[in-house]
Design a protein around this ligand. Structure first.
Ligand code: NAD
Length: 374
């Protein structure tokens, strides 16, 4: 069989779905040919010679897209779709919540596996691309904030006087938010954090941050807040209003705000209103990690830094692509682990276990039909 690794063509996408490390493992049985498109590793600083040394051949876009197994980071573009081969296996971040997009992938006749749909069970942790990439986004958000902020992060005592530590607020404490806390802590900031899910409080405190409590008015609110499958659910408007009030007060005191709140398959919840931004300190920095899902912050704009009353709102998309080499390394390992369900790298044997819950959860289309879109 041929395993193809195309170059990602979406603007700003620097990642690649395989690295020399994973290619070497895929090539171990010598039963399959691995073709990497010329330039596929360039954005992640991987020289072609390293892919070749690992056992791959460098080929064209057409060859990699027409492979039996196609490993991608992002879903195929309109130009790439007709080049896929009927019956091939396509693995990547295929945006399963975009029904029209899934329909067009189905039209190619491939069996497509959307890694966003991996169930959050312990067996799938090594394949969990959302976690591996959110971890990177949380780290990079803090680095970008520190870089945009016109003051120090740590408290410093110098001969010229004392510099106060930056106060950082993190909203949404999933994988990205936890890494943002850890990174801001390493830089010496004073941190507080909040999330809708009550189970997060202990994790926040164990990382040395202060928990900002938004009370639940009744058991029903608390039940919704617990979420489902590790993910949050939309909260009632009454709780959202209470949260907005609590957070607006905290925002008046903080220097850096990082928002990461997401609900799968829905627009990001709006947590920060324009008047909250207007009441923040001049020089404060906001990084809105949810900008691609519509943003947590009123006024954040995709791929821009917007200044409002002296507050800078950073809305950069795809932060993992700004840490391309490590993002690719982790993503490629996730993909290899997912593929290992079907492909025994040592013997080269290939057999998709159709009854495996991970395979069932991620399969979005097959034989020209959409299997599931959400
Ligand atoms: P996510 O990216 O979907 O959301 C980010 C955070 O935003 C979540 O913590 C969510 O609760 C929060 N949020 C949503 N609406 C909010 C609101 N209105 N106000 C404040 N916060 C809001 O989530 P994620 O980072 O992918 O993961 C969420 C959880 O799943 C984490 O606790 C993580 O540890 C867990 N997880 C488990 C596994 C596993 O068991 N295999 C794998 C990955 C993640």
């Amino acid at each position: 069989m041929i395993i193809g690794i195309p170059r990602e063509t979406l603007p700003g996408e620097t990642r690649v779905a395989a690295t020399p490390e994973t290619v070497k493992k895929l090539a171990a049985s010598a039963k399959h040919s691995i073709i990497v498109e010329a330039g596929a590793g360039a954005g992640s600083s991987i020289p072609e010679a390293e892919f070749q040394a690992a056992g791959a051949r460098i080929g064209s876009a057409a060859e990699t897209l027409a492979a039996d197994i196609v490993l991608k980071v992002r879903g195929p573009t309109a130009a790439e779709l007709p080049r896929l081969k009927r019956g091939a296996m396509l693995i990547g971040l295929l945006n399963p919540f975009d029904a029209a997009g899934v329909q067009s992938v189905a039209g190619t006749g491939v069996s497509a596996y959307a890694l966003e749909k991996l169930p959050r069970i312990s067996r799938a942790q090594s394949m969990d691309v959302l976690s591996s990439q959110a971890n990177i986004a949380g780290y990079k958000a803090v680095i970008i904030a520190a870089n945009t902020y016109g003051r120090f992060m740590p408290m410093l005592m110098t001969a010229a006087g004392t510099v106060k530590a930056a106060r950082v607020l993190i909203l949404g404490v999933g994988v990205a938010g936890l890494q943002a806390i850890a990174t801001a802590k390493r830089l010496g900031a004073v941190i507080e954090a909040s999330d809708v899910r009550p189970s997060v409080k202990d994790q926040v405190e164990s990382l040395g941050a202060k928990w900002v409590d938004v009370p639940y008015a009744n058991d029903e609110e608390r039940k919704i807040a617990e979420g489902v499958g590790g993910y949050a659910r939309p909260m009632p408007p009454e709780w959202m209003a209470r949260q907005a009030g609590v957070i607006a007060e905290r925002c008046k005191t903080v220097d850096i705000l990082i928002t990461t709140a997401l609900i799968p398959g829905r627009p990001a919840p709006k947590l920060i209103k324009a008047d909250t931004v207007a009441a923040m300190k001049p020089g404060a920095v906001i990084v809105d990690l949810a900008v691609e899902q519509g943003g947590n912050v009123e006024g954040s704009e995709l791929d821009k830094i917007v200044a409002k009353n002296g507050v800078k709102i950073v809305g950069f998309a795809n932060l993992p692509a700004r840490v391309a080499a490590d993002a690719s390394a982790l993503y490629a390992r996730n993909v290899l682990n997912f593929l290992a369900l079907s492909l025994n790298a040592k013997t080269g044997e290939f057999n998709v276990p159709k009854d495996d819950e991970i395979i069932q959860a991620t399969l979005i289309c097959e034989n020209g039909q959409v299997v599931a879109t959400n």
